[in-house]
Design a protein around this ligand. Structure first.
Ligand SMILES: [Zn+2]
Ligand SMILES: [Zn+2]
Length: 313
């Protein structure tokens, strides 16, 4: 009997909370827009290639002295770049690319992920872990004879990569912006690294390289990392229903990176953001609304970061 009462109480409480949540959401939406909310879904069939036209891959070492809108500002390119470079089968006649036609690295490999984010009370956020994601990945090295292997012979495995990383809990914008180097540009809340949008060949990584359904793959460092904000990656962290996207990770300067939806629940494109691929407005930050700069993942190039607005650690 005692058990029954308790279950009933829990059920009742959930019902009350659920009802309240629905009601408050609906109300605030009506007041704000006075329209019926319909969620925008992305068109993934016509995406711009990074490195072509206005979507530039800039290289500071090669003389590009500053970042630019819609672009990725790299610090330099490695001399020994390798990777897939044939995107012909999912390139449209107008020169855009079709995500829905691009093969994926299949599989469901389970990892034992360790990842912890703590605030030390002295202004620091400390990220520790083993770099492995808390979701399944595709099979790497890419399986010989698979469709993905036809395009990308990525021979690398995924292995644990201990990380211990300290960033400011409340980062500030630097006087000058910084270029983005190869390797981790940030960490996803899944426990794995976020890489910028270029391959070591200096092309658009998401458009050319074979990724799994979470938008990730591995490289010569054996580190699993993301290049694309797939629905699976987003939903795994926080399923979006309305309004601004939830936090998806932290970049090396300490600023957060959120999913692709803006303040009014609109789907953001790179054109809506500044040259570092972010903007400033109040967002949920450690449990409260704070007016702070932040990055967004978008479905179009450069996908995550264009340059560092703060000081990369
Ligand atoms: Zn990569
Ligand atoms: Zn925002």
């Amino acid at each position: 009997m005692k058990q029954l009462n308790r279950s009933f109480f829990n059920y009742f409480l959930s019902f009350v909370i659920f009802t309240f949540t629905i009601a408050s959401c609906t109300k605030s939406k009506d007041e704000e827009t006075n329209t019926t909310y319909t969620k925008e879904t992305p068109d993934l069939t016509k995406l711009p290639f990074g490195g072509k036209g206005i979507y530039k891959i800039l290289n500071r070492k090669a003389g590009d002295a500053s970042p630019d809108l819609l672009s990725l500002w790299l610090c330099g390119l490695p001399a020994d770049g390798a990777g897939a470079d044939n995107a012909a089968d999912w390139t449209n006649p107008d020169g855009t690319w079709d995500y829905t036609k691009k093969p994926q690295v299949e599989g469901n490999v389970i990892w034992v992920s360790e990842f912890k984010i703590t605030l030390d009370g002295n202004g620091n956020r400390i990220l520790t872990g083993n770099g492995l994601p808390n979701h399944p990945t595709g099979v790497f090295p890419i399986v010989q004879g698979s469709t993905a292997w036809d395009y990308d012979k990525n021979p690398n495995v995924i292995s644990a990569q201990p990380l211990s990383f300290t960033i400011p809990a409340i980062p500030t914008e630097a006087e000058t912006k910084s270029c983005v180097g190869f390797g981790p540009a940030g960490y996803s809340l899944t426990g794995s690294a976020i890489y910028h949008g270029a391959s070591t060949l200096g092309t658009d990584a998401a458009a050319h390289e074979m990724l799994d359904r979470f938008g990730g793959h591995t490289d010569g460092t054996e580190r699993y990392h993301y290049h694309y904000p797939t629905q699976d990656h987003q939903d795994h962290i926080h399923k979006h229903s309305s309004g601004h996207s939830a936090l998806m990770g932290y970049m090396l300067d300490g600023f957060g990176i959120y999913g692709p939806y803006g303040e009014k629940g609109e789907l953001l494109k790179s054109a809506d953001l500044d040259e570092c691929h972010g903007h400033k407005h109040p967002v949920m930050w450690d449990g409260k609304m704070v007016d702070i700069y932040h990055y967004h993942w978008t479905y179009d190039f450069p996908y995550n970061i264009g340059c560092y607005k703060g000081t990369p650690q």
